[in-house]
Design a protein around this ligand. Structure first.
Ligand code: GLU
Length: 234
């Protein structure tokens, strides 16, 4: 079981995400990665085999920053531990995703997406998810709706964090079978697989239920349940 951390804020989130990953190291992992949307609306990403320290050094060697981002420690289930199999995974240059869990029906989805013209750059089950979100974004301008459509197609377990260069100001998350919590800050919001990762920035949490989808902005958190009914939080 590995880890996810994500955030959307009015300050750079790189260090918060890296500290979150360090706090999740106890869960075990083989590689780590981070992607942020920078101020020019470009997704910048770094992935490394090994420890969070390697990732930190990789970013320090060619620094980039962003106020919206996602980060991941991977415990390989599909595809060997390698940089190309590490998360975040991308579809093109403008959409990035982190995933904990296993997509049981990924082989069938992969074949379908290949026929639709998607090129796969990893051996992971996760890569089908990011391409499916990309495909759904051809039908809706809402990143949240594209994620909602995507999870209808997934069998298995997942916690997801999604960012898009075409949807700045949003971080979308979903959970089914893998833990995910939302950290509520002041003018900033976060996601993590364990609240421990976020105690550095907040002590207020929203615990997602099975099948929930969440849309985070700096100001709001909207959550929908598995029946697409909006969940009201205090
Ligand atoms: N199944 C995904 C992979 O192999 C995610 C594994 C994880 O939860 O770290 O990349």
């Amino acid at each position: 079981m590995c880890g996810i951390v994500g955030g959307i804020a009015q300050r750079n989130v790189n260090e918060i995400l890296l500290e979150g990953l360090r706090r999740l190291e106890y869960r075990g992992y083989d590689s780590a990665g981070l992607a942020v949307l920078n101020d020019a609306n470009v997704i910048e990403r770094c992935r490394r085999m090994g420890k969070v320290k390697e990732l930190e050094d990789g970013i320090a060697a060619a620094p980039f920053f962003g106020k919206t981002g996602i980060a991941h420690t991977r415990w390989a289930t599909h595809g060997k531990p390698s940089e190309e199999n590490s998360h975040p995974h991308m579809s093109g240059e403008r959409l990035a995703i982190v995933h904990n869990g296993i997509i049981e029906n990924y082989e069938e989805l992969r074949e379908e997406l290949k026929v639709a013209g998607y090129e796969f750059l990893s051996q992971t089950d996760t890569e089908v998810v990011v391409h499916l979100v990309h495909q759904n974004l051809q039908k809706t301008s809402s990143l949240t709706d594209a994620v909602k459509e995507t999870i209808k197609r997934l069998d298995g377990a997942y916690a997801l964090g999604v960012i898009s260069a075409d949807h700045p100001g949003k971080l979308v998350a979903a959970r089914h079978g893998s833990p995910l919590v939302i950290g509520v800050g002041s003018g900033e919001h976060f996601i993590a697989s364990d609240q421990l990762a976020l105690l550095q920035v907040t002590d207020r949490f929203i615990f997602l239920n099975e099948g929930d989808v969440a849309e985070l902005t700096t100001d709001h958190v909207h959550v929908w349940d598995k029946d697409n009914a909006e969940v009201v939080h205090d």
